[in-house]
Design a protein around this ligand. Structure first.
Ligand SMILES: Nc1ncnc2c1ncn2[C@@H]1O[C@H](COP(=O)(O)OP(=O)(O)O)[C@@H](O)[C@H]1O
Ligand SMILES: Nc1ccn([C@H]2C[C@H](O)[C@@H](COP(=O)(O)O)O2)c(=O)n1
Length: 268
């Protein structure tokens, strides 16, 4: 039987306040499958949380942060916790779709290949979001929201994405978030300085990313800050837990441990 209920988020736990009137809304992918696009949009899924029996206690956390901020490292840490499933970004797919490398192409020629990559990012992130949950808690790396609000926005704002490409991606994004429920209870933001990310990026040495200049990391940083810290750009769909992430690995692991409870209690 399908049940509906509302969950008011607890604010004082988090570093950044969320409007107290906000009610998070969620609908299971399985439920979504049984609704046509038309009836789903008319039920305003973004304003109603419908969950199946037994799924009420499940929570979804998005781990957000700049390129090479330490997201994968953080996920690795929490993957050792029972009851948490971690979903990494499907970067391997972005580097190889049927033998093609849209990530590499985008870095070589963003104006030509930005739309190609971001269309595929949108598809593969949506696929992640609607995957049935195998554990009570899911931590996933980034989201379809940051794909749009950070990376597509950056391409467009920097003049590297033609207006028509941006318009098409925007319409796709709007349709998706209106018609398909994208659950989220908490956003954990790994807050780094661009310089730190730049150094870690160089150290990681991913082939496609060798052309990334510091300025690119700075633009991504500013977009993240405007979205999640200053609330100046786009709607933030859940409370934000900010974790300073410039520290060395030892201190980061300590910090992950210190925040464990807040993260695990994300939907309470
Ligand atoms: N706290 C840290 N201090 C130093 N290096 C780090 C730290 N966290 C991660 N790294 C290293 O930085 C690089 C990027 O980290 P990663 O977790 O892959 O970032 P992301 O998933 O956000 O891109 C990797 O080489 C990783 O080993
Ligand atoms: N919507 C997106 C998401 C990611 N990317 C790029 C940025 C990085 O080069 C890579 C993901 O790496 P991570 O930040 O996880 O180390 O993919 C993008 O271009 N668009």
């Amino acid at each position: 039987m399908i049940v509906g209920f509302f969950c008011r988020v607890v604010l004082p736990l988090y570093s950044h306040k969320y409007p107290s009137t906000h009610v998070l809304v969620r609908q299971t992918p399985a439920l979504g499958k049984h609704l046509s696009g038309r009836s789903r949009s008319s039920t305003s899924v973004n304003h109603r949380k419908l969950v199946r029996n037994g799924e009420g206690k499940k929570s979804v956390i998005w781990l957000e942060g700049n390129i090479a901020s330490g997201k994968t490292t953080c996920l690795e840490y929490f993957s050792k916790t029972s009851d948490i499933e971690v979903l990494t970004e499907p970067v391997s797919k972005w580097r190889n779709v049927q033998g093609c490398n849209p990530l590499g192409l985008m870095y070589q020629d963003p104006s030509r290949w930005g739309l190609t990559l971001q269309t595929y990012v949108q598809l593969t992130m949506l696929d992640r979001h609607v995957l049935p949950m195998a554990s009570p808690i899911r931590m996933m790396e980034r989201s379809i929201y940051s794909a749009k609000y950070i990376f597509v926005e950056n391409l467009y704002k920097s003049g590297k994405m033609p207006e028509v490409d941006f318009a098409v991606l925007s319409e796709w994004f709007e349709w998706i978030v209106k018609n398909i429920a994208i659950p989220v209870d908490l956003i954990v933001y790994l807050q780094t300085s661009p310089q730190t990310c730049y150094e870690r990026l160089k150290q990681r040495c991913r082939e496609e990313e060798k052309v990334i200049p510091l300025e690119y990391i700075e633009s991504i940083h500013n977009l993240y800050e405007d979205w999640l810290i200053h609330h100046k750009s786009f709607e933030v769909p859940a409370p934000v837990l900010v974790m300073p992430a410039d520290h060395d690995l030892k201190k980061m692991l300590h910090q992950f441990e210190e925040n464990r409870e807040k993260i695990l209690m994300a939907n309470c």
